[in-house]
Design a protein around this ligand. Structure first.
Ligand SMILES: [Zn+2]
Length: 150
């Protein structure tokens, strides 16, 4: 019924020199794509084998470049006073949650600040965290009993 919008790839040339391997190759050996902006088929810069070899370092490079962008974004986000209040509220919320649920990070924090046990140590020996957690649980329970709560 409807006509296909994808036109067959027709080029005014049959061969092209790849800038990487410097070989004059048939256009079939190049990737093709449809350029919406130019409304016509385009041929990739590098031949297929070279394109594949290029893809990985290019992906790594892109990742590294984007990493800088991501870092900058996080920095801008933190610098924005509008977000400062939002972040502070979130921090309070999570601190409270970790404390109530006696999560590892909270127990490790207690061990580090009140007992001088560095986080690396409590991370290495999970029994320390387990024991401290139990201890806090018992203490909280006793406190609640004393206050008449269950
Ligand atoms: Zn090539």
């Amino acid at each position: 019924m409807g006509q296909s919008t994808r036109l067959p790839a027709v080029f005014s040339f049959t061969h092209k020199v790849c800038p990487i391997c410097k070989e004059n190759k048939k256009v079939e050996e190049y990737p093709t794509y449809f350029s919406k902006a130019r409304n016509k088929h385009r041929i990739g810069n590098y031949c297929k084998p070279c394109g594949r070899k290029e893809a990985k370092p290019r992906a790594i490079k892109n990742y590294q470049e984007n990493q800088e962008k991501r870092k900058q974004y996080a920095k801008d986000y933190r610098a924005n006073p509008d977000n400062k209040e939002k972040r502070r509220k979130l921090e309070i919320h999570f601190k409270k949650k970790y404390r109530e649920e006696l999560q590892d990070c909270y127990v490790r924090d207690v061990l580090a600040t009140r007992y001088d046990i560095p986080t690396e140590v409590s991370r290495e020996i999970p029994e320390i965290v387990e024991t401290k957690r139990l201890q806090i649980k018992i203490r909280r329970k006793l406190k609640n009993l004393k206050n008449g709560k269950k």
